[in-house]
Design a protein around this ligand. Structure first.
Ligand code: SF4
Ligand code: SF4
Ligand code: FES
Length: 336
């Protein structure tokens, strides 16, 4: 079959995009990024071929200047993650027949990462986040003797299988919407790894970890966009792991932060009136006695008023709100 591939080209001497600077990523929003320089190639490949087959064929037989990073070609090493048709995918796992849109497949370096050359992006940021969560066990004492081992129930390790499946490809971070606007956010991969250690019964630093991940740039900065769930090629479901850490952190008493206050304000409002009270959500999230924080929200409030988006001053309950309360009571937990 014949396939048409459009490759986003960049080399340090040439141009990929007007504003592309080596070592820097495109500023979001990415769909407003300046036009890129795409080069079109045609390749003859079998029907079952994947995007990486096409890129290797192009590099080997048509244009040796095309730079692409790959190793295993089996969705194991994680090195071939790139943007395919505007989302992060493993090139070696993306069938050309499925990714051909309007007669072509477009591949490029993800705009959320600095580009080194063509399809090779700089993963320094990704690895920085990975190591920031201390991705190793800090073993509980006493350590087993030389001929002994830690005994862990099977169920405890089964709980971690999903996180252990991560191949560190970075696809989740490449498309994470929170990371796009907040470079300090730890991101989906690092936080999924964080749960791998928080959830391990052999670790001795669980409480320290929970406190650390509850701070700025941590678990509460995820906006639930689900991109990491959709793009992960190994089913790690980073969002689910972030939610697990949130539950553990709240249970451990790490509640004095905007994220927990936001969740509390949200749930309390729904429990009492059956709907969200948007007027009080932001002040409660910031902290009612946090005068400096409240002042910082004033520009947003003024913008909302200007745009005619001011929520109703009088917050009314929905009919039959007692049924909502009954659900909360039955679920129990923090908001009972
Ligand atoms: S769900 Fe959260 S962590 Fe996952 S991509 Fe969206 S903002 Fe990022
Ligand atoms: S969580 Fe999934 S998408 Fe993210 S780095 Fe790991 S394998 Fe890749
Ligand atoms: S080449 Fe290893 S994951 Fe694609």
């Amino acid at each position: 079959m014949q396939f048409t591939i459009e490759i986003g080209r960049y080399n340090p001497e040439g141009t990929y995009a007007e504003r592309a600077v080596q070592g820097e990523c495109f500023p979001p929003p990415w769909d407003k990024a300046p036009p890129k320089h795409y080069q079109t190639y045609t390749v003859e490949l079998p029907e079952h071929a994947v995007v990486l087959d096409a890129l290797i064929a192009i590099r080997e037989y048509q244009d040796e200047s095309v730079a692409v990073r790959c190793a295993c070609r089996s969705a194991i090493c994680g090195s071939c993650a790139m943007w395919v048709n505007g989302h992060a995918h493993l090139a070696c796992k993306s069938k050309l027949t499925e990714f051909t849109k309007d007669g072509k497949t477009r591949v490029e370096s993800p705009p959320s990462m600095p580009v080194i050359r063509d399809l090779v992006c700089d993963m320094t940021t990704f690895w920085g986040k990975h190591f920031k969560v201390n991705p190793w066990l800090d073993a509980k004492k006493p350590e087993p003797g030389p001929m002994e081992e830690y005994r862990v129930p099977n169920a405890a390790m089964e709980e971690l299988i999903q996180e252990v499946s991560c191949i560190s490809c970075g696809a989740c971070l490449m498309d994470c919407e929170s990371f796009a606007v907040n470079p300090d956010f730890l991101g989906p991969q690092a936080l999924a790894q964080a749960y791998r250690y928080v959830g391990d019964p052999r670790d001795s630093k669980t409480r320290d970890r929970l406190g650390e991940y509850s701070g700025p740039g941590g678990i509460w900065d995820c906006t639930h966009c689900y991109e990491c769930v959709t793009q992960c090629p190994k089913g790690v479901d980073p969002l689910e792991q972030i939610l697990k850490i949130r539950r553990l952190a709240v249970d451990a008493g790490f509640t004095n932060n905007p994220g927990t206050r936001h969740a509390d304000a949200f749930a309390t409002s729904v429990k009492h009136s059956g709907r969200l009270n948007e007027l009080t959500l932001l002040p409660k999230s910031v902290g009612l006695f946090n005068v400096f924080g409240q002042l910082k929200t004033l520009p947003s409030a003024i913008n909302m008023i200007r745009a005619g988006k001011l929520p109703p001053i009088i917050h009314k309950s929905i009919p039959g709100v007692s049924r909502i309360k009954a659900i909360f009571d039955r679920l129990g937990g923090r908001f009972k």
